[in-house]
Write a protein that binds this ligand. Structure first.
Ligand SMILES: [Zn+2]
Length: 404
């Protein structure tokens, strides 16, 4: 009995004397549009417990950097990579690549994304996402928090009843979100492909299962049907008209226009050309889509649509996700603070994780990124990620000046 009491006291003493981790900052963006000066972030057990003015014993001095909540990318495909022949490879069913190699590429894609400052990603999606997510969550792999659809619904998935069954099976298999293709790829012209009935089945069943539904849509007709069916986010949206954007704003549907993916395809054209719909015609469509993306982003801002940051990162983009900030600010005219909020508190809200991540405030997970420079004055500072913390654990801590 006496021994037990001693042991209990020892455990209590050890637990209560665990030292908090303190990040000293000179400039902090809290993810909710505020700039805070000369504060310390106090972290215990992976969570932010307080924001303090002074008097804390500093663990990491991030003075001189701009400190933000860990970024969130709401649309990635981290398993898609270039293979040893420098050609596009998605892995999975039908691939000639060895499955163990595909799995390692997927883990590498997730790791690169974390090192690029993104502590949470939504992948839409591949089967390998599930085990990578689970190994990251159990601390066996280094990577961002992963949310995944595992698979996607197309017009060929079947009848509305078959689509409903597909949604239920995806949820049973561990999908966190449902992804559907309401329209064709931009490389195939982007017209509506799924019928309104199919879209209603996908979005309706997702809602019934308590899942969000994220919709690939270029044509307004497909996006409109998805909004009216209760889907939660529209991706890409090159051809969206003002009426559809207005409807999205009214329904609180998030919009995720993506620039990086188009630039990435064009910059890496030889690695994609000749595979599936990566044809000369497909590339011509993508080239035309870039200025249209700027235009739709400007019109979406005018309609007060909730715009989140997603990149549609595929092969060639993992770790460069932050380029999306630069395209949106430079080409889309988005104010830098709005772009940062779109990748922090607003993206977290879109993922229904707004009470856990995306803001620097007490109670939130200690997901922190710091960049060398002031992204509010020069958005290219997002390329210089000096510090990455996820759940209170440091994954990157560059010495001062190393990124200059
Ligand atoms: Zn995508």
């Amino acid at each position: 009995m006496r021994r037990n009491v001693t042991l209990c006291f020892f455990l209590w003493a050890t637990w209560t004397t665990a030292q908090p981790v303190v990040l000293k900052t000179s400039t902090m963006l809290d993810g909710q549009s505020h700039v805070l000066k000369n504060k310390s972030i106090v972290i215990e057990d992976g969570k932010i417990v307080r924001i303090s003015g002074a008097g804390e014993k500093t663990t990491y001095d991030l003075s001189g950097l701009t400190v933000m909540p860990g970024w969130i990318d709401t649309h990635v495909h981290f398993a898609v990579h270039f293979n040893s022949n420098n050609r596009l490879e998605s892995g999975g069913a039908g691939s000639k690549e060895a499955p163990e190699l595909s799995a390692l590429y997927a883990a590498a894609g997730a790791y690169a994304t974390l090192m690029g400052g993104f502590t949470t990603i939504q992948s839409v999606g591949a089967e390998v996402d599930g085990p990578v997510r689970d190994l990251i969550n159990s601390g066996q792999l280094a990577g961002p928090r992963v949310i995944t659809s595992l698979r996607a619904i197309h017009d060929t998935t079947g009848t509305p009843e078959q689509i409903r069954a597909f949604v239920r099976k995806a949820k049973a298999d561990g999908a966190d979100v449902i992804k559907l293709f309401a329209t064709a790829s931009i490389r195939d012209g982007g017209a509506q492909t799924m019928s309104d009935d199919q879209i209603r089945a996908a979005c309706g069943e997702a809602t019934a299962a308590g899942l969000r539904s994220v919709v690939h849509a270029h044509a307004s007709s497909g996006a409109r049907a998805a909004v009216l069916a209760g889907c939660t986010s529209i991706e890409h949206g090159v051809f969206l008209d003002d009426e559809t954007l207005k409807l999205m704003a009214e329904h609180g549907v998030y919009f995720d226009p993506n620039f990086l993916v188009l630039h990435n395809y064009l910059e890496n054209k030889p690695k994609f050309l000749g595979i599936d719909n990566y044809t000369e015609e497909g590339f011509a469509y993508m080239e035309k889509a870039i200025p249209m993306m700027s235009d739709v982003l400007k019109r979406a801002m005018a309609q007060h649509v909730k715009i989140v940051l997603g990149t549609d990162a595929v092969a060639g983009s993992h770790g460069r996700n932050a380029e999306e900030f630069i395209y949106r600010v430079r080409d889309g005219g988005q104010p830098p603070m709005d772009a940062i909020v779109s990748a922090t508190s607003l993206a977290a809200e879109a993922l229904r994780l707004g009470d856990k991540i995306g803001s620097i405030m007490p109670g939130m997970a200690a997901d922190i990124v710091a960049v060398d420079g002031d992204p509010l004055k020069d958005i290219t500072a997002v390329r210089r990620v000096a510090f990455v913390m996820k759940n209170g654990r440091v994954y990157k801590n560059m010495p001062p000046g190393a990124l200059k």
